[in-house]
Design a protein around this ligand. Structure first.
Ligand SMILES: Nc1ccn([C@@H]2O[C@H](COP(=O)(O)OP(=O)(O)OP(=O)(O)O)[C@@H](O)[C@H]2O)c(=O)n1
Ligand SMILES: O=P(O)(O)OC[C@@H](O)[C@@H](O)[C@@H](O)CO
Length: 443
């Protein structure tokens, strides 16, 4: 059993966040922390998470265990870790992986700068993996270097879309009831087949729910349950809430979860996860103008038009660009009205690279050049703009997808040109994020 982050002495500052995170994330986490009695003078309730990640993913039908299958060239488990690391009041994240995948997991932690992660060896079943994770937090284990939490979250490593609100709900409910779990309405009706594979009876679907993750427990409730577990339960069980009821006599509080809590099980789930991630990261665009004046006129015009297509559009002439990058925007439109040179685009590329933004997701940068054809011969400018190909080759190595858009127009037709430009821009953004389907590579 390996404890503690690879090469590290123990949990460090919150996970792969961009340096100097401010704004909504920090405020939300601070308010959540206060709900655990972290006000001045109270000891904050310690919360840890155990992520079983030791499965083989047979139902996925590909050689790679599904938790390591890439989505946008990044392993699925890294998205789940990032989701948990966004929650600053989770102090330790214990991941159970098989001995053969331990080095792969260490590489993922290193490459994507995951923090607060400790690795333990998985078991031959999910329950045994979870039990090994709990042992890493129990103080009765030899050379245990992690402190026992008051509450422990258990969450499948292949459920990447977990938000702070549902984590807060199950942890708060577990503090009060001893155990809690997320549930979802059943999509299919549950039936019971007879020995000869005929219908014996069916359950009234409205009276039942699907048990999902995350789940949360007072640590002693679930650890005692696992210590008393029969081998049969450890081999064939699939429900932690059942163990808490059977062995610790605790009836878990059930919490309605969001539709995104589903578990990646079949290959179709990878396609769905990839689409959701692309949709989420494509909705925020930052338009960087090359002069303040342009921010007023062209930028405002652009912002109004883009807002009809995208959820979050910011326009800046650069002075708050660093903050926008820290808030994890992944799409940038660098509008060069004054010149067709690339110094503004290059400055943006440098800032994106310094922020490590493109480690987590591909960053789209579109360098736009408006050229008035009545004053600028096309040939002369095309040659200059074509230099972008060299920039793009270098940027791609850093997971930055750079494209160019040349808008060659008569000054008197500026407004109609802008409509054409916005359409071209949206098409280019969607095309860049469409990219090659990673999932095809799992075949
Ligand atoms: N011995 C095991 C088996 C499963 N898991 C983990 O438990 C979670 C949910 O289990 P499941 O979806 O069944 O994963 P697999 O067992 O890998 O899938 P399959 O049943 O298709 O092989 C996954 O994160 C999986 O890695 C684990 O930690 N240890
Ligand atoms: O049975 P599987 O190993 O596919 O999934 C394990 C759990 O995620 C699943 O049983 C949920 O219902 C939560 O308990």
């Amino acid at each position: 059993m390996e404890l503690g982050p690879p090469g590290g002495s123990g949990p460090a500052e919150p996970g792969p966040r961009l340096r100097g995170l401010r704004g909504a994330d920090a405020a939300a986490s601070a308010s959540s922390l206060s709900r655990f009695g972290a006000e001045a003078g109270c000891r904050a309730s310690a919360v840890a998470a155990v992520l079983p990640a030791g499965g083989s993913g047979e139902r996925m039908g590909v050689p790679t265990p599904k938790q390591f299958c890439p989505i946008l060239e990044r392993p699925l488990i890294s998205y789940t870790l990032q989701a948990l690391e966004r929650v600053s009041w989770i102090k330790d994240i214990i991941v159970a992986v098989t001995r053969e995948n331990m080095e792969t997991m260490k590489g993922i932690i290193q490459r994507y700068q995951h923090k607060r992660i400790s690795l333990v060896e998985a078991g031959v079943t999910r329950h045994r993996s979870i039990f090994n994770g709990l042992k890493a937090l129990a103080e009765d284990q030899p050379n245990c270097r992690l402190s026992k939490p008051e509450v422990v979250i258990i969450h499948d490593a292949v459920r990447p879309f977990v938000e702070e609100d549902v984590l807060l709900k199950v942890v708060t409910a577990a503090q009060e009831h001893g155990a809690s779990g997320a549930i979802r309405p059943l999509v299919s009706t549950v039936i019971s087949p007879s020995a000869d594979s005929c219908l014996d009876h069916s359950l009234e679907r409205a009276r039942y729910r699907a048990s999902e993750m995350p789940q949360a427990f007072l640590f002693d409730v679930i650890y005692d349950a696992y210590q008393q577990c029969s081998d049969y339960d450890l081999e064939f069980g699939t429900e932690c809430l059942h163990l808490a009821l059977k062995y610790s006599h605790i009836k878990a509080k059930l919490v309605e979860g969001s539709p995104d809590l589903w578990k990646v099980t079949y290959k179709r789930d990878l396609y769905a996860a990839e689409s959701i991630i692309k949709e989420r990261i494509s909705q925020k665009v930052c338009v960087v103008m090359d002069t303040k004046e342009d921010e007023e006129h062209v930028g405002h015009c652009l912002e109004e038009m883009l807002k009809t297509e995208l959820n979050h559009v910011k326009v800046t002439s650069g002075q708050d660009l660093q903050q926008i990058i820290l808030e994890q925007c992944y799409n940038f439109v660098c509008v060069n009205v004054m010149t067709s040179d690339f110094e503004e685009t290059q400055r943006l590329l440098n800032m994106v690279e310094e922020s490590n933004l493109s480690i987590l997701y591909p960053v789209v940068v579109i360098s736009v050049h408006f050229l008035d054809y009545e004053s600028v011969p096309l040939g002369q400018k095309m040659e200059k703009v074509m230099q972008i190909r060299e920039f793009a080759k270098e940027a791609k190595k850093r997971n930055i997808l750079l494209s160019g858009l040349l808008i060659y127009f008569p000054q008197r037709a500026f407004n109609s040109t802008m409509c054409y430009f916005v359409r071209s821009l949206i098409i280019k953004l969607r095309e860049r994020l469409g990219g090659k389907k990673d999932v095809d590579r799992h075949g």
